[in-house]
Design a protein around this ligand. Structure first.
Ligand SMILES: NC(=O)c1ccc[n+]([C@@H]2O[C@H](COP(=O)([O-])OP(=O)(O)OC[C@H]3O[C@@H](n4cnc5c(N)ncnc54)[C@H](OP(=O)(O)O)[C@@H]3O)[C@@H](O)[C@H]2O)c1
Length: 267
């Protein structure tokens, strides 16, 4: 299977490197189309497959085409490649907010898969939600899921609207976690730790807590109970968070992200 990645930026490169590292694709079958000549030149020096600057040299021969350009560049891209694509090709889009219907109409194709990855995909720890049009066959879907799995974990959602919801939870989610981490680092600094000590304390605490959660079948509430003793330090902190409605704020923030994702999709 010939794979073409359009857009050799952060995500395009993450995908190319993940596919090759996991040996799910061979270099001989990987193509990258990059508009910027400087970037294309840089990419050619990396050992990641053939790099192209002209769509006509690579689009017609691809079996799977990964659309990894910015959403605002999608209309221009569709205009450039529309006459080069054919109905047997499968299109995997990771462009935030661009609906499958827009891709199908913009390119005049039917086999469309839309995915929402997140940044930890860069280290194989990503979370990707994906959905597909009815015309994508089971085998094509499994093939694409196997490719996506090289960047972390995946969740198939039959209803495309849940891609916007996944954008608000796992797509933007790493930033929420880093926001909480940074706040805790600020607290550590106020208590007298140096910045590097605060980073170590907080980074390892987040890593340990999430690894422990993922390694067991225990709910967050149960783990919280196990850390909390009545009248103890953890309870003092959690009571303050609850009194300040931090939980409600987190939910409200995620809802704001969902509203924005839907709004961007409409535009
Ligand atoms: N980064 C994330 O965490 C993340 C998460 C989920 C989804 N996404 C989605 O992933 C997509 C890519 O994001 P990114 O961060 O990788 O963007 P990026 O670094 O800007 O990469 C996009 C690349 O595509 C190139 N390009 C634009 N139009 C092109 C065309 N017609 N033909 C060939 N190449 C073209 C751009 O070149 P120029 O720079 O010259 O324009 C740029 O090198 C976006 O749609 C974004 O919504 C990103």
């Amino acid at each position: 299977m010939k794979i073409l990645i359009i857009g050799g930026g952060n995500m395009g490169m993450t995908y190319a490197q993940s596919f090759l590292r996991s040996h799910i694709a061979e270099k001989e079958n990987m193509m990258i189309l990059e508009k910027s000549p400087e970037k294309a030149d840089e990419l050619s020096k990396k050992d990641i497959g053939a790099v192209y600057g002209k769509p006509e040299d690579c689009v017609p021969t691809a079996d799977l085409i990964i659309l990894a350009v910015k959403p605002q560049d999608s209309a221009a891209l569709f205009g450039v490649i529309r006459h080069l694509v054919h109905p047997q090709q499968v299109f995997l889009s990771i462009m935030a907010g661009v609906k499958m219907e827009s891709i199908a109409k913009g390119l005049g194709v039917e086999k469309v898969i839309r995915a929402m990855p997140n940044l930890p995909a860069q280290i194989g720890m990503g979370m990707t939600a994906f959905s597909s049009s009815d015309e994508v066959t089971r085998i094509e879907l499994v093939t694409v899921q196997n490719l996506l799995n090289t960047t972390g974990k995946t969740l198939y959602v039959a209803n495309e609207s849940l891609i916007d919801a996944a954008t608000a939870i796992s797509g933007s989610g790493p930033a929420y976690v880093w926001f909480f981490m940074r706040s805790l680092m600020e607290a550590a600094r106020e208590m007298g730790f140096s910045m590097s000590e605060a980073e170590l304390l907080v980074g390892q605490t987040f890593l340990g807590a999430t690894e422990l959660y993922n390694a067991t079948n225990v709910s967050c509430d149960t783990w919280i109970e196990r850390v909390c003793s009545r009248g103890g330090t953890t309870e003092a902190a959690l009571n303050t968070y609850l009194n300040n409605a931090v939980r409600a704020d987190i939910i409200e923030g995620a809802m704001a992200a969902l509203n924005r994702a839907e709004e961007l999709g409409r535009n």
